[in-house]
Design a protein around this ligand. Structure first.
Ligand code: PLP
Length: 433
């Protein structure tokens, strides 16, 4: 079994920068998972990223399976996007008044995403989910939101609740600074257990504004819904006059043009989007049924706004990414890349007689260091996290960068060539087991 040797692996420039960062930025990072706490090490600093590789400030080059947590679906810094951004920037960085690219991106989203008849652009996935649940509450006149344990929807107050086991107890906040009374409006349920969600609707059905979920949960590893489960959520919400909100910030524009709703044929009322849609710039969006979206200001009573929403640079980057995906037949190609990767990794696992489980759809995957069936966050927590940590550090040492946490999904991009995949698999074969 390879040794694991955390922070010592970073070069001197990264080490110095992290020391400085810790004095100036809480925890030295602007988003907590970047701090490498789940692998008990320190982060390295990146100087540049191109294609499937990132290069750190000490000159180390790594094959990247994080892809900036999903957005870099064409690979890092694709020329189509960087050229577009350069061009558009010369015309102005922000107008604060409508610009044509907002109409163009809205048209593509409405065409591609089955549930979306109208859409509004925001600046992050968090803003998208926050706005979607406000809209659901405004539209239904109800307060309670149902979410699933281990599903991440950004750092929105009433969604930072996982609530332990009791489906019928009200949520406790996961973070300091969230009033208990906000969290009390959130009911957190374990995913993939039909009787638990049925129980919640039997008891609170008339008070529930919406269910929000990641239809393919990708923030507790990568989990798939059991057959019939999404259909059940659709039926329950319809029967009780609640809305169904798909958080496709991760899966939207990554698994298919229309995300999980296209793959499964289940149509939510509202959808939150982000990540891939911004081409690497800060973009989110939420959309859905026109009668619901029309409740937003200025037409309706639900207030939502943004100084930089629909920003011309961000819209141009997103448009360039989406058009390039279409032009390159991106989703079919990503599936082929995913198949090659999966076949190789499964081969290694079975050759070594490891009990590990691999989930993959298209360009998203997660290797679980355990042998229990993965249906929700409880099953993820049964994994061997020490084995994950050894694998993470051993792979990094040999030039492969994986997300620094066993709760994250891995991403492939169109820039991962057959050669890159084969090199990675060779490294995995040395680092696993
Ligand atoms: C990343 C993510 C968010 C939050 O998006 P940010 O842009 O980080 O605010 C919300 N939902 C899901 C499913 C995500 O993966």
């Amino acid at each position: 079994m390879p040794p694991y040797s955390p922070a010592s692996m970073n070069g001197p420039i990264s080490e110095k920068l992290f020391e400085a960062a810790k004095k100036l930025i809480p925890g030295g990072v602007n988003s907590p998972v970047r701090a490498f706490r789940n692998v008990e090490g320190d982060p390295f600093f990146v100087r540049r990223a191109k294609g499937c590789r990132i290069e750190d400030v000490d000159g180390r080059s790594l094959i990247d399976y994080v892809c900036t947590w999903g957005p870099a679906i064409l690979g890092h810094a694709p020329t189509v996007i960087t050229n577009t951004v350069h061009q558009v920037a010369k015309e102005g960085l922000s107008f604060g008044i409508p610009n044509p690219s907002e109409v163009e991106i809205a048209k593509i989203i409405v065409e591609w995403v089955p549930s979306v008849e109208k859409v509004r652009m925001v600046n992050s996935g968090t803003e998208a989910t926050m706005s979607a649940i406000r809209l659901a509450r405004g539209f239904t006149g109800r307060d309670k939101i149902v979410k699933f344990e281990g599903h991440y929807h950004g750092h929105v107050d009433s969604l930072l609740v996982a609530a332990g086991s009791g489906a019928l107890t009200h949520g406790e906040p996961d973070s300091a600074g969230i009033p208990r009374s906000f969290a009390a409006e959130t009911i957190a349920v374990p995913f993939n257990l039909p009787e638990r969600i049925e129980e919640v609707f039997t008891k609170f059905g008339h008070e529930i504004a919406a269910i929000i979920l990641e239809p393919y949960p990708a923030n507790a590893g990568f989990i798939l819904p059991q057959p019939g489960y999404l259909e059940l959520l659709r039926a329950l919400t319809t029967r009780h006059g609640a809305l169904l909100i798909f958080d496709e910030v991760m899966t939207g524009f990554r698994l298919a043009k229309g995300g999980v709703q296209e793959l499964t044929g289940i149509t939510p009322d509202l959808t939150a989007m982000g990540k891939v849609i911004g081409g690497g710039l800060p973009v989110g969006a939420f959309g859905g049924r026109a009668d619901i979206m029309d409740q937003l200001a200025p037409d309706g009573p639900v207030y939502q706004a943004g100084t930089l929403s629909g920003n011309p640079l961000a819209m141009a980057a997103g448009l360039a990414q989406l058009k390039e995906l279409e032009k390159q037949n991106g989703y079919q190609r990503l599936e082929a890349i995913g198949q090659r990767f999966e076949k190789g990794l499964r081969g290694i696992i079975s050759e070594k007689g490891l009990p590990y489980r691999l989930n993959r759809v298209g360009s998203m995957w997660c290797l679980y260091f355990g042998d229990s069936e993965i249906i929700n966050v409880d099953s993820v927590q049964k994994g061997d996290f020490e084995a994950f940590k050894r694998f993470f550090w051993a792979s990094l040492e040999k030039g492969v960068y994986l997300a620094p946490s066993p709760y994250e999904t891995g991403f492939l991009s169109l820039a991962h060539s057959d050669r890159d995949i084969d090199d990675t698999l060779e490294i995995f074969a040395e680092c696993l087991g």
